[in-house]
Design a protein around this ligand. Structure first.
Ligand SMILES: Cc1cc2nc3c(=O)[nH]c(=O)nc-3n(C[C@H](O)[C@H](O)[C@H](O)COP(=O)(O)OP(=O)(O)OC[C@H]3O[C@@H](n4cnc5c(N)ncnc54)[C@H](O)[C@@H]3O)c2cc1C
Length: 424
C-alpha cells in the first residue's frame, strides 16, 4: 500500500521508517528545507522512558499562582484572548486530578517501553550516529520534603517495571562528581540507570536519509501540504503549495502543532496547544582548561534539576540544557529575558560552563491537555491517520508511536492498549 506522511519531524520520520520496514511504499512530505528543523531540532535530548508523568497533575492548582505572578518561574502562563488557549486550559485543569494523572502515566509508560524496545531494535539493525548513550538519569532534588514525596512515585513506577533508586547527597556525588558544585543545596537524587540520551535532530535526519535511500521511499522537502482532496469520506490526495497533488491509499498527519489546521479544514478538531520551551547548546570546556582537582564542568549522567525544571544532557562535545514551559506565547520566538534566566540558573549550578558561547533555541511542544499523544484514525476520514501531540516526550515516544500506528492501520493486534491514545 502507498502512504503519504505529512511532516518530517521525529514522529513523521519514525512513522515513515516503520511503514517501509513493514513493506509499504512511502512518500514523506516536509514543508521546510529539511527534516527535524522545527520542534525536533534542539530539544533536551532525553530518552526519558521512566519519566513520563504528565504536566496535568493535582499539584497544578498549588502552583498556578506562581506561574501567573513570578516572571522567573520555570513555568509561565500568559493569558490571551484566544478561545483555543482557554479551551485547552479548561481541559488541562479538568485532567489535573490524581486518577487521570495515574491513568496517563500508566499508558505513557507502556508506550515509552515499546519505544525503547523499538529504538533498540532499529539501531541494532543499522546504527544511526546521534550521540546515543545509555548513561542513566539523576533527578536532583534540593528539597528533602520533595525528595521524600518522590519516593511514592518511585514505588508506583516500580510496580510498572521501572528500575529506580533513591540516593542521598554523598552517594549521588560519588556517582556523578559534577553534582559537588550544587554543594549543600542538593538533598539527594532518584537514579534510573536505564535512561538514555541522544541528539533528536541527528536521529530524525538519520531516519529521513534511510527513507530517502530506500527503494520504496520518496522524500519531498520545501513541500507544504495546503489541504486534502476528499471524496466519499476518504482523502484522495494531499495538495501542495505549488498545486501538485500527492495521491496515496492512506495519509498520516505527523505535522505536530500544525496538524490542528489541516484537520480543522475537514471539520475535525484536536485539542493541541504549543508549550514553549528553550534550550542552550554549550560547548564543553577541554579538560586542560579545568583547574586540577576540580569537579567535571558538566554531568556525564543526564541530570534533571527538579525544582528548576532544567535538564542537562551531554551530546558529543556539547552539553544540551533544556527548560521552561511557557503557555500563551503562540510562537517559537526567543524571549531574551527567558534565556537570561536560564543562563543565570546554569551558571549558578555549573559555573565552569561558558554560557556566553551557548547556541540558543526555542520550540513549541505540541501538547494535548492530558499529556497523551493522539495515535488513531481520524474521526471523519477513513484513510487519514493521526500521530500528533507528543508534547514534552516526542523523542522518547516516537518509535513506539510509529509501531502502534502501524498495528492500528494493518488491523493486527496492537502491542499495547490503543484506547488512551484516541482523540478526546
Ligand atoms: C525545549 C524542549 C525540550 C524538549 N526536550 C525533549 C526531550 O528531552 N525528550 C523528548 O522526548 N522530547 C522533548 N521535547 C519534545 C519533542 O521535541 C517534541 O515532542 C517532538 O519534537 C515533536 O515532534 P513532531 O514530529 O510531532 O513535531 P515537529 O518536530 O514540529 O515536526 C513537524 C514537522 O511537520 C512539518 N509541517 C508542518 N505543517 C506541514 C504541512 N502543512 N506540510 C508539510 N509539512 C508540515 C514541520 O515543518 C515539521 O518539520 C522537547 C521540546 C522542547 C520544546
Amino acid at each position: 500500500m502507498k502512504f503519504a506522511i505529512i511532516g518530517a519531524g521525529v514522529i513523521g520520520c519514525a512513522t515513515a521508517w516503520e511503514l517501509l520496514r513493514q513493506g509499504h511504499q512511502v512518500v514523506l512530505i516536509e514543508a521546510r528545507e529539511g527534516p527535524g528543523l522545527v520542534t525536533s531540532h534542539a530539544n533536551g535530548g532525553q530518552l526519558s522512558y521512566d519519566y513520563v508523568a504528565p504536566l496535568a497533575d493535582p499539584g497544578v492548582f498549588r502552583d498556578l499562582p506562581k506561574w501567573l505572578l513570578n516572571p522567573a518561574s520555570p513555568l509561565r502562563f500568559r493569558p490571551q484572548i484566544d478561545p483555543r488557549q482557554w479551551c485547552w486550559l479548561a481541559a488541562f485543569l479538568k485532567a489535573s486530578n490524581a486518577a487521570t494523572a495515574k491513568a496517563s502515566t500508566t499508558a505513557l509508560l507502556q508506550l515509552s517501553y515499546l519505544s525503547r524496545d523499538t529504538l533498540h531494535a532499529w539501531v541494532n539493525e543499522k546504527p544511526i550516529d546521534f550521540h546515543y548513550k545509555t548513561n542513566g538519569k539523576l533527578i536532583a532534588y534540593r528539597s528533602p520534603h520533595l525528595l521524600e514525596k518522590a519516593r511514592k512515585q518511585v514505588e508506583y513506577q516500580a510496580t510498572q517495571g521501572s528500575q529506580q533508586r533513591i540516593l542521598g547527597r554523598e552517594e549521588a556525588v560519588a556517582l556523578e562528581p559534577s553534582l559537588a558544585q550544587l554543594g549543600q543545596s542538593l538533598a539527594g537524587c532518584i537514579y534510573t540507570p536505564t535512561e538514555e540520551v541522544g541528539d533528536c535532530y541527528l536521529f530524525t535526519k538519520g531516519l529521513f536519509e534511510r527513507v530517502a535511500q530506500h527503494p520504496a521511499g520518496t522524500t519531498l522537502t520545501g513541500a507544504k501540504v495546503l489541504r486534502f482532496k476528499t471524496q466519499e469520506g476518504k482523502v484522495t490526495a494531499a495538495q501542495l503549495e505549488n498545486g501538485e497533488l500527492i495521491e496515496a491509499d492512506h495519509f498520516v498527519l505527523a505535522n505536530g502543532l500544525r496538524g490542528h489546521d489541516l484537520l480543522k479544514q475537514q471539520g475535525e478538531t484536536v485539542n493541541l496547544y504549543g508549550l514553549k520551551g528553550y534550550s542552550l547548546s554549550i560547548p564543553l570546556p577541554s579538560d586542560s582548561a579545568m583547574p586540577p582537582g576540580s569537579p567535571p564542568p558538566a554531568p556525564s549522567i543526564s541530570v534533571t534539576d527538579y525544582e528548576r525544571r532544567i535538564v542537562y544532557a551531554k551530546l558529543g562535545d556539547i552539553v544540551r540544557v533544556a527548560a521552561m514551559v511557557d503557555i500563551g506565547d503562540g510562537n517559537a520566538e526567543i524571549r531574551p529575558e527567558r534565556i537570561r534566566y536560564l543562563k543565570h540558573e546554569v551558571k549558578n549550578s555549573f559555573p565552569a560552563l561558558d554560557v556566553d558561547r551557548a547556541q540558543t533555541w526555542a520550540g513549541e511542544r505540541p501538547a494535548t491537555p492530558e499529556g497523551r499523544p493522539i495515535i488513531s484514525r481520524s474521526r471523519r476520514l477513513d484513510n487519514l491517520w493521526l500521530n500528533l501531540g507528543h508534547g514534552a516526550l516526542g523523542f522518547t515516544l516516537a518509535c513506539g508511536s510509529a509501531v502502534l500506528l502501524h498495528a492500528l492501520i494493518s488491523g493486527r493486534p496492537a502491542p499495547i492498549d490503543p484506547a488512551p491514545f484516541k482523540p478526546r
